[in-house]
Design a protein around this ligand. Structure first.
Ligand SMILES: [Mg+2]
Length: 220
């Protein structure tokens, strides 16, 4: 492989957001605004998707309908992401950008809630790939805005493939949908600073439990 400038090991780095760049899960955060019953129903749907009993796309709209998030709650979630940013994430993304690395955020979360964090981290909106929703007549965001690949089980692999990232490329994330992108990027790093899932770590080329160790994996 060609040698990259500025000590970079990868020409592009793709970060997951929930439980990777930020120490929250956006859907759980929204569900917690409702009753414990809604929160546990959403957690149950997520678990069924992760266990392969239901497709993520089916679970996605069921969860949204159960929560019925309002626009102002998505704005509040955006602030929650900013406050939950992982220690060292900003410094690492600055270093990557200064070294000339192409940085993307790819998430199954709600795009409008991720943009304030992306702005803090210096990631342009054009490199934030997530799920867009439509409001119903009562102003609740309960439906997907047309085809939303990132609300599907293998969405990350498809989106990363379409991006034609500069190579070598690496995905950094904590979840099964991140590990599913493995065949499309050159390397997959399991981020375990928020949640450690052995099945995901098992599929990874490397594991990082904080952003300082990520720095060592992304730079020579
Ligand atoms: Mg995640």
């Amino acid at each position: 492989m060609k040698r990259l400038p500025n000590g970079l090991r990868f020409a592009s780095v793709v970060f997951d957001v929930d439980s990777t760049l930020a120490a929250i899960e956006g859907v759980d955060w929204l569900a917690a605004l409702r009753s414990p019953a809604v929160a546990s129903a959403c957690a149950d749907l997520t678990a069924r998707a992760m266990a392969g009993e239901m497709a993520l796309e089916e679970v996605y709209e069921l969860r949204l309908r159960a929560i019925g998030p309002l626009v102002e709650e998505i704005v509040a979630l955006g602030e929650a992401y900013r406050h939950a940013v992982e220690p060292g994430a900003g410094a690492l993304l600055d270093a990557l950008r200064e070294a000339g690395c192409e940085v993307h955020m790819v998430s199954g979360g709600l795009r409008s809630a991720l943009l304030p964090l992306a702005r803090d981290l210096g990631v342009p909106a054009s490199r934030v790939h997530a799920v867009s929703l439509l409001a119903d007549e009562s102003g609740r965001l309960v439906a997907l805005h047309g085809a939303q690949p990132l609300a599907t089980q293998h969405g990350k692999a498809k989106v990363l493939n379409d991006l034609a990232l500069p190579r070598p490329s690496v995905m950094v994330g904590d979840g099964a949908t991140d590990a599913a992108a493995r065949g499309v990027v050159d390397s997959f790093i399991a981020y375990t600073g928020v949640a450690r899932r052995p099945a995901v770590v098992h599929l990874a080329d490397a594991e990082a439990s904080d952003f300082a160790s990520l720095y060592d994996l992304l730079f020579e």
